[in-house]
Design a binder for this molecule. Sequence first.
Ligand code: GUN
Length: 295
Amino acid sequence: MTASLIDGKAIAATIRAEVKSAADRLRDERGTVPGLAFILVGDNPASQVYVRSKGKACEEMGFHSVTERLPASTAQDDLLSRIESFNRDPAIHGILVQLPLPAHINEQTIIESIDYRKDVDGFHPVNVGRLVIGLPSLRPCTPAGVQELLVRCGHDPAGKHVVVVGRSNIVGKPVLNMLLQKQKGANAIVTVAHTGAGDLVPYLRQADIVVAALGKPEIIRGEMLKPGCVVIDVGINRIPDPSAKNGTRIVGDVHFPSASTVASAITPVPGGVGPMTIAMLMKNTLLAAEGILYR
Ligand code: GUN
């Protein structure tokens, strides 16, 4: 192992502490307590875990939070009316509808029904568009966490060649759009590689910074990387592991043992990008409560 570890857990704790003191100030000076509404439809076990840990983070921040648990059979119109009432509720500054949704509900319709000023996921087309043209907006949490990790551990992407692997609307595309901006903490040369590339190696070999977000366990190996590169692994994949207590373990999209002998710095999974996502959600909720992004 030559690479240094990028400690997402520690950086996320720093951000949460910053958000908490800003939230305390907002409460003392303006009487505003940030409020976040979670809507969970159905009983996806991973979603339950995520919503629980996001709720715990709200408690730690002193935020007001409500969790609405709806059955998987909930009609789309009923979900839309719940969102509408949170849109109107002045105590709620952020609305998070946990994805995925049951198949009979149109995800895009739901995303677009959220008031974009309360869209703490940054998925609303208004926020996507504002991100692309470089205007202030609520930004998707995981990509914002990737950018914060890079900047806070001394790997400013400015002037660097970043290769993003994966083009999802949740990670790949927003990472591209964030790091591309002529702004502080960005100004990178960005390539997006994806399944259409066939062979990823010619792209990876040119990367100063790799952002792996393709959702395939341990697919990126050390031999594919440029020596000394920085690796940010967004993947969360559960694989069989007979030696583990429950028979499985969580790995990233990067094969950590080989990549960590080639890279100069790398995020672990878990404990890298994961904790940053929740920290950035807290930050977004604070920003929404401050209400200054869209003035
Ligand atoms: N499910 C998996 N990731 C996310 C996310 O970032 N936001 C929401 N709302 N649901 C998710």
